[in-house]
Write a protein that binds this ligand. Structure first.
Ligand SMILES: [Zn+2]
Ligand SMILES: [Zn+2]
Length: 266
């Protein structure tokens, strides 16, 4: 049920975005730069920028959707070895065994930073959250695409909003309607893009913040709970995965030492 509602949200998101992108190319762009954009420098720049943003957004969206987020993949022998080690230690009453080293649902050892997703019904490495909009978990292997998708979606919706503001304003002045789309579609699309842009901006800021701090969304909320407890006990919460701003971003993109922006964009 939850999984099928995720498919519905993903479909609504893709169809709604395709509608707005189509409106931009068919009606807004020609209204702004003329029906032959290739004949002027401004038209060419707008067309190239629009294609760049649309391609980057859809590419990273589907890449995030179809890249497995990552699941523990221990060999059978290693799994059995860990299983018996945990069992022996637990039987001996040793207190250093954290309950999260073992997934009770999968009945398998659970590596550090992995969490069990009740929707995907498996443990996810470096789980950030389960995202219904991409119909999958965002984890260690696809979070990069998720962040880049958000970034493109934010830039694209901002650019689209500015461009559509011209026909939107023409709705309120007396002038012959010369745009290749109905007044209603321009009005509702502009409102939808405005709300979408604000929501995506908030997500970009939040993701940017937790990546800078070397955390996932789940760890962010976990650390807040721990910090609260720590505040009571006058102890400071310590994040062992925080290696400093620059290193955290390098680890996130797995592009150590890379200075090429192109390698970050896709
Ligand atoms: Zn599990
Ligand atoms: Zn999931």
């Amino acid at each position: 049920m939850v999984r099928s509602s995720g498919l519905l949200l993903a479909t609504v998101g893709v169809v709604g975005t395709l509608w707005c992108v189509g409106l931009h190319f068919v009606a807004v762009l020609p209204h702004f730069v003329g029906h032959r954009p290739l004949e002027s420098l401004a038209g060419l720049c707008h067309l190239a920028f629009s294609v760049f943003l649309a391609h980057g957004g859809f590419y990273n969206y589907f890449k995030c959707m179809y890249t497995p987020p990552g699941s523990p993949s221990l060999s059978e022998a290693k799994e059995k070895q860990l299983e018996s080690l945990l069992f022996n230690r637990r039987s001996a009453g040793l207190k250093d065994i954290k309950h999260n080293a073992w997934c009770r649902k999968c009945e398998k050892p659970k590596p550090k930073r992995a969490h069990h997703c009740s929707i995907c019904k498996k443990c996810i490495l470096g789980m950030d959250h389960h995202c219904p909009w991409v119909w999958t978990c965002v984890g260690q292997n696809n979070q990069k695409y998720f962040f880049l998708f958000l970034l493109y979606a934010w830039m694209g919706s901002f650019y689209g909003l500015v461009m559509m503001s011209y026909p939107f304003m023409e709705l309120f002045i007396y002038k012959p309607w010369e745009i290749n789309a109905s007044r209603e579609s321009i009005f509702f699309s502009w409102i939808v893009i405005l709300f979408g842009n604000c929501a995506v901006a908030a997500m970009v800021i939040f993701q940017g913040y937790i990546i800078s701090k070397g955390k996932t969304t789940l760890e962010f909320y976990q650390s807040r709970r721990l910090a609260k407890k720590g505040a009571v006990a006058e102890q400071e919460y310590f994040n062992e995965y925080d290696h400093g701003l620059r290193k955290n971003w390098e680890i996130f993109f797995e592009r150590k030492g890379s200075r090429c922006m192109g390698s970050l964009l896709m």
